[in-house]
Design a protein around this ligand. Structure first.
Ligand SMILES: Cc1cc2nc3c(=O)[nH]c(=O)nc-3n(C[C@H](O)[C@H](O)[C@H](O)COP(=O)(O)OP(=O)(O)OC[C@H]3O[C@@H](n4cnc5c(N)ncnc54)[C@H](O)[C@@H]3O)c2cc1C
Length: 474
């Protein structure tokens, strides 16, 4: 063991003395499991080198006070702490190494309260997404947040990464759902932002911690807006002459004020892959799903159909939407793809309607000729009045040449993010920054990066919270 690791092991003994019920895990295999998220590039790097960094220990607090005690100890002893939800992050925000401690939130997974009058739910941050929605459903409610990874992620992870669910066009993204929170700060203070319908008490501190990826504080309690479970659902599927017709249909739907929960527009490549049986199987496909009050849903489905048809859309009935609902979260793991000699990833960006066609076409055009690339495609899955996201997916064949795989990976990410930045979009729609987007943070934020750095220095002067992510401090 290195001196640094020995030192942290010795310091952990003092922590265990201070917080008697704290679970501390030092078994290397168990710690290794929780030392990283599922970032594809790090996986390729582990395959290439045959090794990966492993934290010194995992600690599992059972309550907010224990989280605070861990952070007080960490600041005093200068030990870096990496918060961990379920490790489903895809950007490398969790990459803990020797001398660092993983703060696993898995024991704090309790639903605290559902307030049926005020429509709020208060929950501990380590609760798994599916457990949370199931508990709400049993009481007749939903939060409406359905990321594809709902069974692989925690409610705290959603807030820390600014996540989006598949039904976001109606229910909003996580920042519209979070009403109040409790956060443990470096040094051990616990602060609360009260759960009120709205407040003009100066700056909105929720926004400081949302998306901060464990670098500014640790969520220890969350209160979300909830909704009565939908009374009715109506799905519609359409083929479109071109992708640009699909963009136009979505723009007009949003402009008219309709809010289908699901708005998904697949380019011809993805439509061919996922909906080969729909139409001739060679056209872009649009899925719309309206849900809520029966009368509103019927009106919305009828009016959105008229808009799509005015853009050349041809109705293909509800079946493709039902099939998507049944299979929407079935995706192969990155490990299984790499085992088959493939490298794949998704890159989600967002841009205003006036730039979306250019962005899509230029990313596809500039990526042509990339060594090993088999397919690069895209779909829209989150719509706004002003624009939408594009979720690019790429697949390459690399065999076991992991160095070549990393080259392909870097080239597609570089091309996609550079093009997005040049055209005035944002390089991150909902997976966050982690390590993969870190070089682009300053490019997109410019001088505002210094504001973020000043906040980091003020809240975490010793830099113990998830170092290496978002911004660096001296
Ligand atoms: C198959 C698949 C599909 C996905 N689909 C979606 C999708 O539809 N929408 C979407 O938004 N994302 C999606 N993701 C990405 C991922 O699931 C999200 O980023 C998710 O929010 C991460 O949650 P987690 O609990 O796994 O967090 P982790 O990966 O464990 O951690 C993520 C970050 O949050 C920090 N963190 C965790 N808990 C806390 C806490 N309590 N306080 C402070 N910081 C904390 C960590 O330090 C880290 O920086 C997908 C991932 C996969 C693998």
């Amino acid at each position: 063991m290195s001196n640094q690791v020995n030192d942290v092991v010795a310091k952990l003994a003092t922590l265990a003395g201070e917080v008697s019920d704290l679970e501390v895990v030092t078994d290397t295999a168990m710690v290794a499991e929780l030392s990283h998220d599922i970032w594809m590039r790090a996986l390729l790097e582990r395959r290439r080198t045959g090794e990966g960094a492993v934290a010194t220990a995992v600690v599992r607090p059972g309550c907010a006070e224990e989280v605070a005690a861990v952070l007080a100890w960490a600041e005093r002893e200068n030990v870096p702490v990496v918060p961990f939800g379920l490790g489903s992050g895809v950007c490398g925000a969790v990459q803990a190494g020797p001398g660092q401690v993983v703060l696993d939130m898995g024991k704090m997974a309790r639903l605290i309260e559902v307030n049926k009058l005020s429509l709020t739910a208060t929950v501990q941050p380590g609760m798994r997404g599916t457990d949370f929605e199931q508990a709400l459903a049993e009481r007749g409610y939903t939060m409406g947040h359905w990321p594809q990874s709902i069974d692989l992620s925690t409610v705290g992870g959603w807030c820390a990464t600014r996540a989006s669910g598949q039904f976001s066009t109606l229910y909003g993204n996580i920042e519209e759902m979070l009403l109040g929170c409790e956060v443990a700060l470096a040094g051990g203070r616990l602060i609360r932002v009260p759960a009120v319908p709205r407040s003009s008490m100066g700056s909105d501190l929720r926004q400081v911690f949302l998306g901060s990826e464990g670098t500014l504080g640790v969520f220890t309690e969350l209160t979300f807006r909830i909704h009565p479970a939908a009374e009715n659902k109506l799905g519609g599927c359409y083929t479109l002459p071109t992708l640009v017709d699909g963009f136009e249909a979505l723009r007009l739907i949003m402009r008219a004020g309709w809010r289908p929960a699901v708005t998904r527009l697949y380019d011809a490549t993805e439509a061919g892959r996922n909906f080969a049986h729909v139409g001739d199987g060679d056209r872009p496909v649009l899925l719309l799903l309206s849900e809520g009050d029966a009368a509103r849903v019927e009106t919305e489905a009828r009016e959105t159909a008229k808009i799509v048809e005015s853009c050349g859309g041809i109705s293909q009935g509800p079946e493709p939407v039902e099939s998507w609902l049944d299979h929407r979260n079935e995706v192969p793991t990155f490990e299984s793809l790499v085992d088959q000699g493939l490298v794949a990833d998704t890159i989600e960006v967002a841009i205003a309607w006036d730039g979306i066609t250019d962005l899509f076409e230029q990313v596809i055009e500039r990526s042509k000729g990339t060594e090993g690339l088999i397919a690069l495609s895209g779909h829209v899955s989150h719509c706004y009045t002003q624009g939408a996201n594009i979720y690019f997916t790429f697949v390459g064949a690399i065999g076991d040449d992991y160095a070549a795989a990393i080259e392909l990976y870097d080239r597609i990410w570089e091309t996609t993010l550079t093009t997005t930045h040049e055209l005035g979009g944002t390089v991150a729609h909902h997976h966050g920054i982690g390590r993969v987007r870190k070089p682009w943070l300053a490019r997109e934020m410019g001088e505002a990066t210094e504001v973020l750095r000043a906040i980091k220095k003020a809240l975490d002067p010793r830099g113990i919270l998830n170092p290496g992510v978002l911004v660096d401090v001296d």
